[in-house]
Design a binder for this molecule. Structure first.
Ligand code: ACO
Length: 335
């Protein structure tokens, strides 16, 4: 940390990076395992294939590769990074995977920690990091979304296994005292509806000594009520974005890009319709990667920045939503 600066009032988005594993799992491949078809999956979800990490890959390795690319876009000296937040639900170390990314990067002056909020995780992490920057506590932050859901999918459950894939994305955020490119945000959770999507611990009982029992750690596979999650997304996401736009005196015409968590093409289209945002402004890469949980937003953001779709000063309405249930939205200006 270079020192507290109480004049910092805003943040600026300086770089992006992403990484996906090489292994490709197509809909045809899945149809060899469970009773489904390429046609069904494409028409109900928009997904054609997804990436699956190999045995040698994990969340911190994928996150490191994405973070390094984001840092390269900035030309920052790695020693000047103050904060690294890793959004993940599938850490390779339950004590936290972010410090191992810090170590791989050689970001010796940064504090690094994990944040878990499922598919809203990256958005929540980017907002959290921005608060440290806006208060003047820190100057430079890397926010990473990295997930390896393939390890927790029940590959015999056709209702959920078709959706998920692995990957990572990252952004570099810097404090500034000239403007604020995080125009506004909102975050919500509703634990009452949490039962619709879970990746719960599965405890077995063990005896330590005599009558003292404990439970051994472990996790079951993802369980999901797809219809309820779908209804939740198409109801809450347009609402939270619409309120955010109104609160900040923006209209949907002022939005250059709608950047939603990539869960299902029908959810993207429905949210776009409800907000009156044209199809050409809705970013989508679901077909190639499926739902990579905390990674979807920075992954597609990085693709769009690198192929010159998203340009400096473009206004992006973004929303993450998923297990918790959790959801949130941010209105940002890129750059
Ligand atoms: N292939 C063929 N048939 C299938 C498949 C499949 N893969 N999956 C379900 N079906 C069948 C069902 O058995 C059912 O058959 P039935 O009518 O004979 O009982 C029929 O298709 C319809 O099933 P629905 O569950 O109603 O299908 P739906 O149109 O709702 O699509 C889907 C299912 C794609 C899962 C959808 O509900 C969805 O996308 N929901 C959102 C899920 C989501 O995004 N989850 C992640 C959130 S982010 C996070 O935090 C991780």
């Amino acid at each position: 940390m270079e020192g507290i600066n109480l004049n910092q009032i805003g943040v600026s988005f300086k770089g992006s990076g992403s990484y996906v594993p090489n292994q490709i799992l197509t809909n045809h491949d899945i149809s060899e395992k469970v009773d489904t078809s390429d046609e069904w999956i494409k028409s109900r979800t928009g997904i054609s294939q997804r990436r699956i990490s190999g045995l040698e890959e994990d969340v911190s390795q994928m996150g490191y590769k994405a973070a390094l690319k984001a840092i390269k876009m900035t030309n920052w000296d790695i020693e000047t990074i103050d904060l690294i937040i890793l959004a993940t639900s599938t850490p390779n170390d339950l004590f936290g995977s972010a410090p191992s990314i810090q170590e791989k990067l050689g970001a010796n002056n940064a504090v690094a920690f994990d944040l878990t909020a499922a598919c809203s995780g990256f958005l929540f992490a980017a907002i959290t990091a921005s608060q440290f920057l806006k208060t003047g506590s820190y100057k430079r932050a890397i926010v990473i979304g990295s997930d390896q859901l393939s390890s927790y999918v029940d590959w015999n459950d056709r209702r959920s296994c078709i959706l998920f894939g692995d990957g990572a994305g990252a952004i570099a955020i810097e404090a500034t005292n000239e403007f604020d490119n995080l125009i506004g945000f909102d975050m919500r959770t509703d634990g009452q509806r949490g039962c619709f999507l879970n990746l719960s611990s599965q405890n077995n009982q063990d005896v330590i000594v005599n009558n003292i029992n404990c439970s051994t750690g472990g996790f079951s596979s993802i369980t999901m009520n797809g219809q309820e999650v779908y209804k939740f997304a198409v109801r809450e996401v347009p609402l939270i974005i619409d309120n955010l736009l109104k609160k900040n005196k923006y209209s949907s015409e002022n939005v250059d890009w709608l950047l939603l968590h990539q869960a299902n093409k029908r959810i993207l289209d429905s949210v776009g319709d409800r907000l009156n945002i044209s199809k050409g402004k809705i970013l989508s890469n679901l077909s190639n990667y499926g739902n990579t949980s905390a990674a979807t937003i920075p992954l597609i953001l990085d693709e769009a920045v690198r192929n010159n779709k998203i340009k400096q000063n473009d206004v992006i309405a973004t929303s993450g939503f998923g297990a918790g249930l959790s959801w949130g939205a941010a209105l940002i200006r890129w750059g």
